[in-house]
Design a protein around this ligand. Sequence first.
Ligand SMILES: *Cc1c(COP(=O)(O)O)cnc(C)c1O
Length: 467
Amino acid sequence: MATLDPGDWAQLRALGHRMMDDMIDHLAGLRDIPVWRPMPDDVRNTFKKPLPAAPTDMNAIYEMFSERIKPYVTGNTHPGFLGWVHGGGNPVSMLAELLAGAMNANCGGRDHVGIVVERQVIAWAAELTGMPPSSSGVLLTGSSMANFVALLCARYAALGEQARQTGIGSNQLTAYAAATAHRCIAGAMDMAGIGRQALRLIPVDANYRINISALKSAIADDVAAGKQPFLIVGTAGSVDVGATDDLNALANIAADAKLWFHVDGAFGALAALSPRLKPRLAGIERADSIAFDFHKWAQVTYDAGCVLIRDARIHLATFAQKTNYLAPAARGLAAGEPWPCDLGPDLSRGFRALKIWATLSAYGAEAFGKIVDDSCELARHLARRIDTSSRLERAAPVALNIVCFRVHGYTDAKLATLVADLQESGRFVPSTTILDGRLAIRAAIVNHRTTLADINGFVDAILEYPD
Ligand SMILES: *Cc1c(COP(=O)(O)O)cnc(C)c1O
């Protein structure tokens, strides 16, 4: 019989312990390694091999990991990582992934503890965002999927079962979001069969918040033209500059026009854990749905996205499917409806909830409020250093944890070269964005390991960059 378990468990145990020691050393010593390094061609090419027919010794595989994988990952665990909006992960989540791997639970459904833990995580998510305890939700890969799932619920709320059975037909659904909304919103419109062009991208004001009067006119114009507005997407923490729309104003418009109100709070929703920042999110608790990630500001290891739907019946009605081999039962393992597979597109799903539950339990919610506050404080410090330097200029207001800026006199190409040089130096990884048609350096402070000294080192590295 071909089993995959070892003949000698002691040997596996020894290797497992070595891996554990090495990974704990790795996390403890992050500061001593480059944040990121380019991958040499010979490393890239070692992976190009035909499907292995014969076994490879696990020690050799681990050596391959240590030498050719570990040094070349994204680097978002590192305190010098300031690019995009990436979470830093945490040791508890790493260990919980090992435990989840050992359980190998399929959390698509059935009556077992994986589902119970996931429901608890969803209840905590509702509590932290101010959604009612009766809200429904499901864990997904990330906010791209969470926004998509919410949009499908909004489509169901507008068209009912017809949308699931025959598609949107001749209904001319239209949705509204700020021009700076994340690209996944247009992607969701496309995947939902409504089309990207039916997403009205509304201009933003000087603070990168959706222009409310422009939104109202766009809705009125569409109604006058015989379209069917169905959804307003507000952003809590925009991906390029960290702006938050006036969520109460959006909730009011949605209520008046009977539209679904969705909030993309991918990272910004977690600001609700900071007593100081929570007022900025006022109105989020009125949303019909919220998308956010545990893998960004909540530092859970990738991937860990979450969607919350206020009306649990709509959530279930949007995805539920009956099949003979998945028939639920009153008792036994097939009991315990509703199953997560009836709340989203996935059937088989891993035990994502365990690392989230363990992380929130181990550190407590207040720790994440503190991390959010600290990130924003570091962003303000970075902004001050930019504002007091004659060589640097800010490119956008700092609302939360993202700072966009430029070097005086640099063309887009020169700025891009500076960013790539900095990344390749292994010291800091910022990213870029385009604001007002010009490139800007974008530093997103998300990682709980990033300190004031890192931010100062980052500014100094830019100021020392040869002109
Ligand atoms: C990161 C982000 C997303 C996408 O989330 P993923 O987890 O990367 O899929 C969507 N919206 C905003 C505002 C984001 O910051």
